[in-house]
Design a protein around this ligand. Structure first.
Ligand code: NAP
Ligand code: ZN
Length: 366
């Protein structure tokens, strides 16, 4: 059995785990910047951070201006807030957008950079320690070394990554997911499904990442009907949050494949939320993989309780709203862009530009 696996994040999981572990947080320093979005942390996470900081005698400021799909300008603004405050560490509370932004802000806290996309590979001593508190059950950013930022110059989303972007700790408490809009809950869960499935199709998949991916898929599948019926219990939210973290641990080691590469164009050009973009593309991507690697795709879909890629498409279809109808010219542009992404060579099934066009056409074509 050959594999190589790395995951340096301490995970606290359970009800009120943040406040119960205020002593642990006090070891991070005396001044913190809390990085969040407009509303995501105002469902209890921010109040718990304040209460833990009060217990631990930590001073803090809040940067609550992270936008969905954060841009370079957005994170630079957060970086200058961190420098002004003299933060010793960063707490991220929110979905993937605030958590990703916080990683780059933790680097910019040590000094500005005109080109934030050049910060991939940042050295550990140049990045402030981080604590992440997810409020969506999807991206798993709390356990990955990736920060996905919107690049307005290259007109796409780009991955800025460094082992130094792994947070030092993550706190998983499903109570923070209570106020989440239903469509966001569904899309983010589909994102986690995509991570687990793409991770299993990666050339870097191994026994350990497969175990995590299958467990993640089983757990999401067992909550899927409650999730889609908007009838999740607190235990169900806990399980989805845990499952999303497992899928994050998968991609932290395997990376993602063509679904994410293609999805960035649907988000950048058409405003599709990240998880919805993946949900539109994943079944058609798997249909091509199914033709070329039926046994592996059978294992993957089986772990989620589906017989084949068509079954997954039928399951997702009613959840994704009106499907985009994009013309061939644009789809060819997106296929070309996706083909240039290094995620493409990460898949055990080879996709050329024509294959990518085929997937895009069948998922969102006119
Ligand atoms: P998000 O962009 O963080 O949040 C989507 C929306 O949901 C925002 O309006 C947010 O509010 C709201 N929201 C979040 N939690 C909430 C809660 N508990 N209650 C009410 N509203 C809530 O969405 P996401 O899907 O979690 O993250 C997507 C981003 O993560 C994308 O940029 C994607 O590329 C990236 N990503 C990163 C990784 C990685 O490994 N780093 C992996 C996959 C995806 P606010 O406006 O207040 O924030
Ligand atoms: Zn994703």
């Amino acid at each position: 059995m050959n594999f190589n696996y790395y995951m340096p994040v301490r995970i606290f999981c359970g009800r009120d785990c943040l406040v119960k572990n205020a002593d642990y947080i006090s070891s991070f320093g005396k001044r913190a910047i809390v990085v969040t979005g407009k509303s995501s942390a105002k469902n209890g996470a921010l109040a718990d951070v304040a209460s833990a900081f009060e217990k631990a005698g930590i001073k803090y400021c809040v940067f609550d201006r992270v936008m969905p799909n954060p841009t370079a300008e957005n994170v630079r603004e957060g970086g200058s807030a961190a420098r002004r405050f003299g933060a010793d560490f960063v707490v991220a509370a929110g979905g993937g957008s605030p958590m990703d932004a916080a990683k780059v802000i933790a680097r910019l806290a040590k000094g500005d950079a005109e080109d934030v996309f050049s910060l991939g590979g940042a050295a550990a001593e140049d990045v402030l320690p981080m604590i992440h508190i997810p409020t969506t059950a999807g991206t798993g950013s709390e356990v990955t070394p990736y920060a996905i930022l919107t690049d307005r110059v290259q007109e796409t989303k780009r991955n800025v990554s460094s082992p130094a972007f792994f947070p030092r700790a993550a706190f998983l408490d499903g109570k923070y997911l209570r106020g989440i809009p239903h469509d966001t809950a569904v899309y983010t869960a589909i994102d986690a499904v995509s991570h687990a499935m793409e991770g299993m199709l990666s050339v870097r998949a191994g026994a350990l990442s497969d175990t995590l991916a299958k467990e993640s898929l089983h757990m999401i599948s067992s909550e899927f009907s409650s999730l889609t019926a908007d009838a999740l219990t607190d235990e169900g939210r806990d399980r989805l949050l845990y499952a999303a973290a497992l899928a994050g641990m998968v991609i932290a080691n395997t990376g993602t494949c063509a679904v994410h590469s293609m999805g960035y164009s649907l988000t950048y050009e058409h405003g599709a939320p990240h998880g919805r973009a993946n949900g539109l593309l994943l079944p058609d991507f798997l249909a091509v993989c199914e033709e070329r690697s039926p046994e592996r795709v059978g294992q993957i879909l089986g772990a989620f309780g589906c017989k084949n890629a068509f079954g997954l498409k039928e399951l997702f279809r009613p959840l994704l709203g009106g499907r985009e109808q994009i013309g061939d010219d644009l789809l060819r542009k997106y296929a070309k862009r996706a083909a240039a992404n290094k995620n493409i060579s990460n898949c055990i099934v080879r996709f050329d530009e024509e294959d990518l066009f085929r997937v895009l056409k069948s998922a969102v074509g006119k």
